[in-house]
Design a protein. Structure first.
Length: 221
C-alpha cells in the first residue's frame, strides 16, 4: 500500500458475482444499442457494431479511469461474445421489439443500473472518495449510451432529457455504493445500488421529478 491507496485493482479481485453482474449489463446494453440500430434500419454489421460498442463502451471508460488496461473486454473475450449475442438477438427479433419503447427502455435502464453499480464498486476498491466513486460509476453507466447515440447520429439523451433522469440516476446509485459497502456484502451493495438507479429512473419517467432547465430569453430582432 502506498499514498493511502490499496494494492492496484485487477481482474483477479473481481468476485464471481460481480463478474456475472457485468455480463448481464453487457447483454442489456448490447440489446439496447442494437435495437437503436434496428430502429434506424442499420444492416447486420451496423447493428452488431452499435450493440457491441454500446455494451463495452462504459466498461472501457471505467477500466481506463481505474487504471485497468487494456480494458477487460480485450483480456476476457467472454464479454464480446455476450455483447455479440445480444446484438444478434436484437437484430433477429428487433422489428418486434423496436415497436415497444418500454422494452428498449427496460434494457437500457438495466444496463445503466448494473454498470453504474459495478463501476462504483471498482472505484471503492481503488480507494476513491465519494465523488470519485460517483463519477466513475456514472461514466461506466452512461459511456456506452453516449457512444451509441453519437454513432447513430443523434444528440446523446443525457444532454437534454431533463424529464427522465439518466446520468443523475447513475451518479446517485453509484454514490450509494460508497456509503453502503462498509456495512453490506459486495453483492448486496451492488443489488441495492442498481435498484436505486432503477427506482429513480422509474420515478422520473412518470414525471414526478425532473432537473431544472435554464431558459434564456429569445434574442430581439
Amino acid at each position: 500500500m502506498s499514498d493511502g491507496f490499496p494494492i492496484p485493482f485487477d481482474s483477479t479481485t473481481i468476485s464471481a458475482g460481480l463478474h456475472y453482474v457485468d455480463l448481464v449489463g453487457i447483454f442489456a446494453f448490447s440489446m439496447a444499442g442494437a435495437l437503436t440500430g434496428v430502429r434506424k434500419r442499420f444492416d447486420l454489421f451496423g447493428v452488431s457494431v452499435l450493440g457491441c460498442v454500446s455494451a463495452v463502451g462504459g466498461g472501457t471508460i471505467r477500466d481506463t479511469l481505474t487504471g485497468r488496461t487494456p480494458p477487460l473486454f480485450l483480456r476476457d473475450e467472454t464479454y464480446l461474445y455476450v455483447a455479440l449475442a445480444g446484438a444478434l438477438l436484437a437484430f433477429a427479433f428487433g422489428m418486434r421489439l423496436a415497436r415497444f419503447e418500454r422494452t428498449m427502455s427496460f434494457f437500457d435502464t438495466l444496463g445503466l443500473s448494473l454498470f453504474a453499480a459495478s463501476g462504483a464498486m471498482m472505484g471503492v476498491h481503488m480507494g476513491f472518495g465519494p465523488l470519485g466513486v460517483a463519477f466513475v460509476g456514472m461514466l461506466s453507466g452512461v459511456g456506452g449510451g453516449i457512444i451509441r447515440d453519437l454513432l447513430a447520429a443523434q444528440v446523446p439523451e443525457i444532454m437534454y432529457r431533463h424529464d427522465q433522469l439518466y446520468a443523475t440516476a447513475a451518479a446517485l446509485g453509484a454514490l450509494s455504493v460508497y456509503y453502503l459497502n462498509p456495512y453490506l456484502s459486495e453483492l448486496q451493495t451492488t443489488f441495492i445500488s442498481a435498484s436505486i438507479v432503477v427506482v429513480i429512473r422509474w420515478v422520473s419517467r412518470r414525471g414526478w421529478v425532473k432537473l431544472p432547465v435554464r431558459r434564456l430569453p429569445e434574442p430581439q430582432e
